[in-house]
Design a protein around this ligand. Structure first.
Ligand code: C2E
Ligand code: MG
Ligand code: MG
Length: 740
């Protein structure tokens, strides 16, 4: 009741009542006053308390990451009522700014806005709500905010006020993101193992389990020693710990053992994690399996150093190893040996049965060679049918070493001459086996220390191998200094021969061919080398070298041109026009792709009548490649040129192959005539050749006839033509013509 209300009310009453009332009023007033005073006192106390609470609140919020706020909820809007003044520190806005309507919504991070506004509605249902979102900080950066709100209702249950807090959780969020990244990174395909400072495993990832075969449960609490393969020695681990202690890191290749016992190479990197005081608290080890990479590396290495067919070291590797062997031998003073092997007549197998049979044989040979040597010795394939065997640590004494090496060489020779079973048909159903016989020519050289370079050693062994070949194959020859002399000689001869080709130091001699009536019916052109210092060199001393070096090609062409020029001259003269000329053709010359064209061109250039020209070829030439020989011979035959089979009886041609060739003549090798003894083996051979000639419709000529006895014998068995010293030696053109 206000004073004026009280006055109005009193005016309506009587005086007694008024007095009574006044008395009551005074009493009430007194009471009220007391009450009021008490109230005021109380209020003052509350206000002081409030003040102190606010102080405390301000003090607390000053350091807190949480901004407190309250909002009034009316039916029209939600209005900011109060915000703790740490907002400027935490979110970067002044109280004024933050109190502006729409401030909160405007500064929500665009990508989160829709979600947040949607989630905020849930408060009015559940009364309590927590959500997180990104918010634009007053300084322009974006922070993460954790927003917690409590809805307060009035006595009617209507929403009245929202009390809440905004907490900057940016740091927490970043940590969480980092943790998530770390967790993802932890589950890579590399194995990861984390141990405590005492190397007890505390965590491993899935890849660890996949790579090692151990589940996490099986290894937790254990030490990495369970993976130890035993392949690394103590030194290795010492070095590892040294690095870890000094640089907190170690990495390298290591062999570990899987749960199933399988040992595998891995690349391991270990880092020591230090605490703030610099003490190692953990070790983090990451590793990956190198088996595949190793296999790939191995494969590449193999390509460069190994022969793909036999899997044996190739030339490059054997030269490397020989270098090492020489150094070892230098240190140990032990002799070693190099063997150079060449399969005899390998080419024939290759050409007649096909390359896959050749490959099969080479593979068998490789295996047999390996079986003949000790573990430390090396068997290599240089290419083709050439192999090298290197024996080490034979003995300190030369003789003893030589005996041992010779023993191994014999063993190899025996092993290689045993029959080979080659599969003829890869088609399973009709598989048939070819029993093949082969042999090898072996050259052997001893070495000790560095006295001879690796290259030269191989050359020496090669040279000895050639000697073995010349000795009739399936033989072993040991290199000796005389061979070296021959080698030097050969090198010098080769240089000279190149000069000879350039300077045209050759000349042709002519040896007459005579019929049974003693009449000269032709000649064989035989080359001589007019060496400026050494004088006249016979063909046997340089033709093989020319063959080997390819110099036979220009030389052979020169012979053909020169011979045809002479023949063309003879054809112009009635006295000589009946003469036939035989010209020798070497295998390499014949095998040139354009040999037929070369012959054709010479025929045209010299305008010779081809009917009087005869090419002498050998059985080896034909056997090198029978089909090629047949084709080329027929092509040349078409020009009118004839063919004679020189040195007949020394080669390996078969009757079947002879029949396929367009031959005109067989020339009995002079060896049979020389060694001829009446009724002996050779006499029988001569008779056979004569019969063969008759059967095949070929004329036969006997070369190397030196005596009248030989002549009579040959004539008696029907030999129609002869060549030999008995009639005439090979002569220079002028002298030969005098002879006529
Ligand atoms: P070849 O074709 O068998 O020639 C016959 C060889 O026997 C010639 O040796 C000849 O001098 C020799 N000779 C002839 N009659 C007798 C005799 O009564 N007794 C003895 N002991 N020997 C006799 P040459 O001229 O030394 O030729 C040797 C080989 O060199 C030839 O054997 C031939 O294979 C080759 N040759 C010669 N000239 C050429 C050529 O121009 N080109 C080619 N590719 N090879 C040639
Ligand atoms: Mg000849
Ligand atoms: Mg001959």
């Amino acid at each position: 009741m206000t004073i004026s209300e009280f006055t109005n009310f009193s005016l309506t009453l009587g005086s007694n009542e008024l007095l009574g009332l006044l008395t009551i009023g005074v009493a009430v007033f007194g009471y009220c006053k007391i009450k009021l005073l008490r109230c005021l006192k109380q209020k003052q106390h509350v206000s002081e308390e409030l003040q102190s609470s606010l102080e405390k609140l301000r003090y607390l919020t000053a350091t807190s990451p949480s901004v407190l706020f309250s909002m009034r909820v009316t039916s029209q809007a939600i209005v900011t009522h109060w915000i703790s003044d740490n907002i400027s520190r935490v979110i970067g806005y002044t109280l004024d700014e933050a109190s502006q309507p729409g401030w909160w919504q405007a500064n929500l991070y665009a990508e989160d806005r829709e979600r947040v506004l949607h989630e905020s509605q849930a408060l009015f249902v559940g009364k309590h709500q927590i959500y997180e979102y990104r918010f634009k900080h007053g300084n322009g950066s974006v922070i993460w905010v954790r927003d917690e709100q409590q809805l307060v209702a009035d006595e009617f249950g209507q929403p009245k006020e929202i009390l809440g807090s905004w907490t900057d959780i940016t740091e927490l969020k970043l940590k969480e993101i980092n943790l998530r990244i770390a967790a993802t990174a932890f589950e890579t395909k590399d194995g990861i193992m984390i141990t405590d400072h005492a190397t007890r495993i505390i965590r491993v990832n899935r890849a660890f389990s996949q790579l090692t075969g151990y589940s996490a449960e099986e290894v937790l609490g254990k030490t990495p020693a369970i993976l130890n393969s035993g392949r690394q020695d103590e030194e290795f681990y010492k070095k590892m710990w040294h690095d870890l202690l000094h640089s907190q890191h170690w990495e390298g290749e290591i062999w570990n053992k899987r749960k199933d016992g399988n040992i595998y190479p891995e690349w391991l990197a270990i880092s020591a994690v230090q605490d703030r005081l610099g003490n190692t608290s953990h070790y983090v080890a990451t590793f990956f399996d190198m088996s595949e990479r190793k296999a790939a590396e191995e494969y590449i290495r193999n390509l460069a150093y190994y022969d793909p067919l036999t899997g044996l070291p190739n030339r490059r590797l054997i030269i490397d190893r020989l270098g090492i062997a020489l150094s070892n031998s230098y240190r140990s003073a032990y002799y070693g040996a190099i063997m150079f092997l060449d399969l005899d007549r390998f080419k024939i197998l290759n050409d007649t049965q096909g390359h896959d049979k050749g490959d099969q044989l080479l593979t068998h040979v490789a295996r047999r060679l390996q079986a003949c040597v000790r573990e430390g010795d090396t068997v290599a394939r240089l290419g083709g049918d050439e192999f090298v065997v290197m024996l080490e640590n034979l003995a300190k004494h030369q003789t003893e070493a030589a005996v041992k090496a010779q023993f191994v060489a014999e063993k190899i020779r025996d092993s290689l001459s045993a029959p080979y079973l080659l599969e003829l048909n890869s088609n399973e159903s009709e598989k048939s086996i070819l029993e093949h016989h082969s042999s090898a020519s072996i050259g052997l050289v001893l070495f000790q220390g560095h006295s001879v370079a690796s290259d030269d050693l191989l050359k020496r062994a090669d040279l000895a191998m050639y000697q073995a070949k010349h000795a009739g194959r399936d033989a072993i020859r040991v290199f000796d200094p005389a061979m070296q002399l021959a080698l030097n000689e050969r090198t010098a001869l080769e240089t000279d021969l190149r000069q000879a080709v350039l300077k045209q130091q050759f000349m042709l001699y002519y040896q007459s061919q005579v019929d049974s009536a003693g009449k000269i019916i032709g000649a064989e052109a035989l080359i001589r080398w007019q060496h400026p210092q050494r004088g006249l060199i016979p063909p046997d001393s340089f033709i093989p070298l020319a063959e080997e070096t390819g110099l036979i090609i220009p030389i052979g062409l020169w012979v053909l041109q020169q011979g045809c020029l002479v023949l063309a001259e003879w054809q112009k003269n009635p006295q000589t026009q009946h003469l036939k000329l035989a010209i020798n053709v070497s295998p390499r010359q014949f095998h040139q792709a354009d040999f037929v064209q070369q012959v054709e061109k010479v025929l045209i250039d010299t305008a010779v009548n081809p009917e009087y020209l005869k090419l002498e070829i050998t059985e080896n030439l034909i056997m090198d490649n029978l089909d090629e020989a047949i084709n080329k011979m027929y092509a040349i035959k078409k020009f009118g040129v004839g063919f004679s089979m020189d040195d007949f009886g020394t080669g390996y041609s078969s009757l079947a192959s002879l029949q396929k060739l367009p031959l005109d003549q067989l020339k009995v090798d002079r060896g049979f005539i020389r060694d001829w003894v009446e009724a002996g083996n050779d006499a029988a051979i001569i008779r056979t050749i004569l019969n063969l000639g008759r059967t095949l419709g070929l004329t036969v000529i006997a070369e190397g006839v030196e005596t009248s006895i030989q002549l009579d014998y040959l004539a008696q068995y029907g030999c129609p033509i002869f060549q030999g010293y008995y009639f005439s030696e090979p002569l220079p053109l002028a002298q030969f013509q005098d002879l006529l």
